[in-house]
Design a protein around this ligand. Structure first.
Ligand SMILES: NC(=O)c1ccc[n+]([C@@H]2O[C@H](COP(=O)([O-])OP(=O)(O)OC[C@H]3O[C@@H](n4cnc5c(N)ncnc54)[C@H](O)[C@@H]3O)[C@@H](O)[C@H]2O)c1
Length: 341
């Protein structure tokens, strides 16, 4: 087996997850870490294998030893880097959302096609065990035809106010809604033809993050299914979990209910309150990093090592962005928006 060398551009919170995944995957090597914050790039490089670091993605593009790159820069800063890296012949794993305009998604897809490199979007919830099982049940026909999906993916105000330095250049729709849209369409098995959405920008802007508080969106699918997607960035920081993630799938034969927030496999009560400890996304067990958030990245590594096609191609990212743009337009105009493709 020939070792493949991976690099990371954007070594923040989630870029570090990519570093963990590559350094623990057989025959993959983390060879270069890039961040405009040179200190952060150096720290992550040192922590994960003592590899090299740099502060300009063009150095990654120019490095012939790098086979593939994770792009984990902020939502609005994927396109120039992804297009440049593809043109340099690097396979790409781009964090969700692929980009925040349809045109930019198309540019990234075209750049990857022209260069003949693989392109995957990191919609890692497709590796979440509960969602995977629900999807498998739909595929087997156990639920009949999905008729209604209620999907909630929300955060406490910690995320827009403290965690993300760039919340006012993105939104709960791009940060969380992109996941919810991808998963809903994956479960229904097609893309919507019309969306209706309501949004509010009232509370967070007064707290210092000029970004929408919430989106409440309805999706109508060509086959008759209807979905309701709720993304709210207003949950209190006293909530037991930073993420509220629930999904109900009502089919013609049966229904499935997913609640990854309050599974309460491990509940910790301490002086600051009650906490539900996240056990599926990425716990470290006896020194080994587990979790579905790493499995999607390991899948990408597998595609590069064994020349397979990624489960979530660039086109899936394009469709999510097309739908999110229609949701934004519907919320702005207070009108339903038909989606043409
Ligand atoms: N798959 C998931 O569920 C998931 C979870 C969290 C974040 N994300 C996505 O990952 C991306 C990064 O999010 P994050 O939470 O890690 O943000 P972050 O702010 O913690 O990290 C972003 C990093 O990118 C660096 N950066 C910015 N512009 C750069 C450039 N031009 N070149 C090199 N580095 C640059 C910043 O210095 C920062 O260190 C976002 O698109 C986000 O939506 C995905």
């Amino acid at each position: 087996m020939t070792i493949k060398r991976f690099a990371i551009v954007g070594a923040g919170l989630f870029g570090e997850t990519h570093a963990k995944a590559y350094t623990t995957y057989p025959d993959a090597e983390l060879s270069l870490v890039c961040d405009i914050n040179e200190k952060r790039a150096g720290e992550i490089a040192k922590q994960y294998g003592g590899t090299r670091s740099c502060s300009d993605w063009r150095e990654v593009a120019a490095d012939d030893s790098v086979d593939a790159v994770s792009v984990a820069t902020p939502d609005f800063a994927h396109t120039e880097i992804a297009v440049g890296l593809a043109a340099a012949g690097k396979h790409l794993l781009v964090e969700k959302p692929l980009a925040t305009t349809v045109e930019e998604c198309e540019q990234i897809i075209a750049a990857a096609k022209n260069a003949g490199v693989k392109l995957m979007v990191d919609f890692h919830n497709r590796w979440s065990p509960a969602f995977h099982e629900a999807h498998a049940a739909i595929e087997r026909g156990d639920l009949g035809s999905p008729r209604y999906i209620s999907y909630r993916l929300s955060n406490t105000t910690f995320v827009p106010l403290k965690m993300l330095a760039w919340a006012d250049r993105s939104s709960v729709l791009w940060f969380l809604g992109s996941h919810a849209i991808d998963m809903t369409c994956w479960l229904v098995g097609e893309y919507p033809k019309r969306v209706y959405s309501v949004s509010r920008r009232e509370v967070l802007k007064d707290l210092g993050a000029d970004t929408p508080d919430l989106y409440h969106s309805t999706l109508e699918f060509p086959g008759g299914a209807v979905a309701s997607i709720e993304n709210v960035w207003l949950l209190p920081q006293s909530a037991p979990h930073i993420v509220d993630h629930k999904c109900e799938i009502i089919g013609t034969k049966a229904a499935a209910y997913i609640d990854t927030t309050s599974n309460r496999l491990l509940q910790v009560d301490d002086p600051s309150g009650v906490h539900y400890v996240e056990l599926f996304g990425g716990p470290v067990v006896h020194g080994r990093q587990l979790g579905f958030a790493l499995e999607s990245i390991r899948h990408f590594a597998d595609c590069i090592l064994h020349d397979k096609e990624p489960i979530v191609p660039g086109e899936a990212g394009l469709e999510v962005t097309r739908i999110a743009k229609a949701i934004e337009r519907s919320a702005e105009t207070a009108q339903p928006v038909d989606i043409e493709r």
